[in-house]
Design a protein around this ligand. Structure first.
Ligand SMILES: *Cc1c(COP(=O)(O)O)cnc(C)c1O
Length: 356
């Protein structure tokens, strides 16, 4: 079998790219589709739930699919520098792909509201990291203005190549299952990714490769403009990746929902954390808080009877848990980190205590 070399090589015929283009790849995509056996059993329902674990992309989130294509197109256009606003993962991905391409990267992040792992990525890859004393939405407004007046390429998901790259995740789901799921759940922030999945499923459906799944978007309760139907000026949630009140792909995501018969919902922070822990402890899948929202949404809708027996459900798990070690350690709780003298009796006592 040929060495896997990323989403452009694999799905070239579905992407607008010249034959002689220089491809900037880190081997993104080809992420596992993991069936949730233990968790599904607890629902008592006859459904099949899969996680598309996008945390296993090169920089730990699905953003790499879009960044691979956006940076490849930026190089093709002769760009020298990239810019983005980010809640963290876009900056990590932009920094890595810029390094790979030999471009400069400028990233605007909300001061104090970015998970530590993501900040470390942007810094080690050599991006110029600018903290702004404002939230993501304020940063987004700024970078759009800068990109309109300065020779830098904007690589937020308003860059259409980002969504083209990200649609390959839908292709992978259909290629892995042999069909489309009945429901595809995604965490929603800017709503670029749910839109990208809609594009991908549409491409395949037009060629008769699959039917359209219902696209279901879930947000954090404190940052849920798609649920309230209006923009949120002060979004707040522990799920920093989706701490967004003014989604950039507003109308496209509304269309994706309506055209596929899907819906939007919201999960509060307490349930986000419960689901993150559940995935880690019942299934061995460690994701960041925002990523647990899709699975929380599916479990919520299963309990509410919104999903019929026999259905196949795919939940996109967007980013790796190592991105946000602070939240993960707090989830464990101080009582679970035990300290003892280095003696056989002390360690044995713990094991006997825990194995009953
Ligand atoms: C970017 C991101 C999201 C939100 O995706 P949108 O395309 O902005 O809706 C969700 N989870 C994680 C981990 C992300 O990095």
């Amino acid at each position: 079998m040929a060495r896997y070399t990323g989403i452009i090589a694999r799905y070239r015929e579905w992407l607008p790219i010249a034959d002689d283009a220089r491809i900037v790849t880190l081997g993104e995509g080809d992420t596992p589709l993991i069936r949730l056996d233990r968790l599904t059993k607890t629902t008592g329902r006859d459904v099949t739930i899969y996680v598309k674990f996008e945390g296993l992309n090169p920089t730990g989130s699905f953003k790499d699919r879009g960044m691979c294509f956006a940076v490849t197109k930026a190089v093709e256009a002769g760009s020298q520098a990239l810019i983005c606003a980010s809640t963290g993962n876009t900056s990590a991905s932009a920094a890595a792909y810029a390094a790979r391409a030999g471009l400069a990267a400028f990233v605007l992040i909300p001061e104090g509201k970015i998970a530590l792992g993501k900040l470390s990525q942007a810094m080690i890859h050599g991006a110029v990291v600018v903290q702004i004393q404002g939230n993501f939405d304020a940063g987004m407004k700024l970078v759009k203005e800068i990109a309109a007046t300065t020779p830098v390429t904007l690589v937020n998901s308003v860059n259409p190549y980002r969504l083209q790259g990200q649609k390959t995740a839908a292709f992978e789901v259909v290629d892995a299952l042999g069909f489309a799921p009945n429901y595809h759940y995604l965490p929603v922030g800017n709503a670029g990714n749910i839109t990208a999945h809609w594009f991908g499923y549409q491409d395949y459906a037009r060629q008769g490769r699959c039917a359209m799944p219902k696209l279901v978007g879930f947000q954090a309760a404190g940052a849920a403009p798609f649920v309230s139907g209006k923009m949120v000026d002060d979004p707040e949630t522990i799920a920093t990746a989706i701490r967004i009140g003014h989604p950039q792909s507003w109308s496209l995501a509304q269309s994706a929902k309506e055209a596929t018969g899907g819906w939007f919902g919201a999960i509060d922070d307490a349930e986000i954390l419960v689901t993150q822990k559940l995935l880690a402890r019942e299934e061995g899948i460690f994701c960041e808080p925002a990523s647990a929202v899709s699975v929380a949404g599916a479990l919520h809708d299963l309990r509410a009877g919104r999903i019929e027996d026999g259905a196949t459900v795919v939940c996109t798990v967007t980013g790796h848990g190592l991105k946000d070690p602070d939240v993960a350690i707090r989830q464990g709780g101080p009582t679970e980190l035990l300290t003892v003298t280095p003696t056989l009796s002390a360690v044995r006592a713990i094991i006997l205590d825990r194995t009953g």
